[in-house]
Ligand binder design. Structure first.
Ligand SMILES: Nc1ncnc2c1ncn2[C@@H]1O[C@H](COP(=O)(O)OP(=O)(O)O)[C@@H](O)[C@H]1O
Ligand SMILES: [Mg+2]
Length: 226
């Protein structure tokens, strides 16, 4: 489904973020990309979202070379990828419900679809009693669950989560990882980037390890060793 082929990224003038990275992610997989801060994880996600372009190599999404996507089609491409970040990126003047509804509205969702889907999405992430709360009124874990519901609203093929537990304590981190596993079991491909050993070692899933821009390990049911 997603193929990274000999990807290198050098930020000008000479900051090497990724060096000759190749791997593929199959439909329905749950893949963790791990490595210390600076290893190149976020750069890989930015390349996949086409927020950055590789210095070398190709990225295919369902056999399409994503560098061939025209600027005018980028929003449609990006709809297929639900992105979740460490800092949640919620709209603070909108409620939990409105944050998810607004994302659907922007993407052209009808009122009917919004009223049908938002309660369902908030149910999946366990926020059925927080519809009317603003981000400042909920915990970090709940904010991240709101962000995940919003990412799911576009019915993406893949969820990419870049350090989704970076601001959470171990208990709430575990809840977020459990939720990502549940979403994966419902059929969505998941790519999780983290530098958190606890998170990875509790997951018995494929682990790809980056070290200073290089892919140093790719293991089924891996562990985080650095
Ligand atoms: N916009 C940028 N300009 C220059 N260097 C960058 C930029 N973004 C990231 N880097 C460098 O690329 C390397 C990888 O960074 P990043 O992908 O953010 O790693 P990670 O997400 O694993 O912490 C680091 O050395 C970082 O300093
Ligand atoms: Mg990062």
């Amino acid at each position: 489904m997603i193929v990274f082929e000999n990807i290198s990224k050098i930020y000008p003038p000479d900051s090497v973020a990724l060096e000759n990275i190749s791997f593929r992610v199959g439909k329905g997989e749950f893949v963790s990309i791990v490595g210390k801060s600076g290893a190149g994880k976020s750069t890989l996600i930015k390349l996949l979202l086409r927020e950055e372009e590789p210095s070398q190599g190709k990225i295919y999404f369902d056999d399409y070379d994503i560098l061939d996507i025209k600027i005018s089609h980028l929003p449609y491409y990006r709809q297929r990828i639900g992105a979740v970040f460490q800092d949640y990126r919620l709209l603070n003047n909108k409620t939990v419900y409105e944050n998810v509804a607004y994302a659907m509205e922007v993407m052209g969702g009808t009122d009917y679809e919004i009223q049908r889907d938002v309660p369902q999405l908030l149910g999946i992430v366990g926020l059925e009693d927080k519809f009317g709360n603003f981000p400042r009124e909920i915990s970090g874990g709940e904010k991240q669950r709101t962000a995940i519901a919003r990412a799911l609203a576009m019915r993406p093929d893949v969820i990419v989560a870049d350090e989704p537990t970076g601001n959470l304590d171990p208990y709430h981190s575990k809840e977020i990882i459990d939720l990502l596993e549940k979403i994966n079991e419902m059929g969505t491909t998941v790519i999780l980037c983290t530098h958190d050993k606890e998170v990875i070692n509790s997951l018995k899933r494929r682990v790809i390890t980056f070290d200073q821009g290089e892919l140093v390990r790719d293991e089924e049911k891996g562990r985080f060793i650095l």
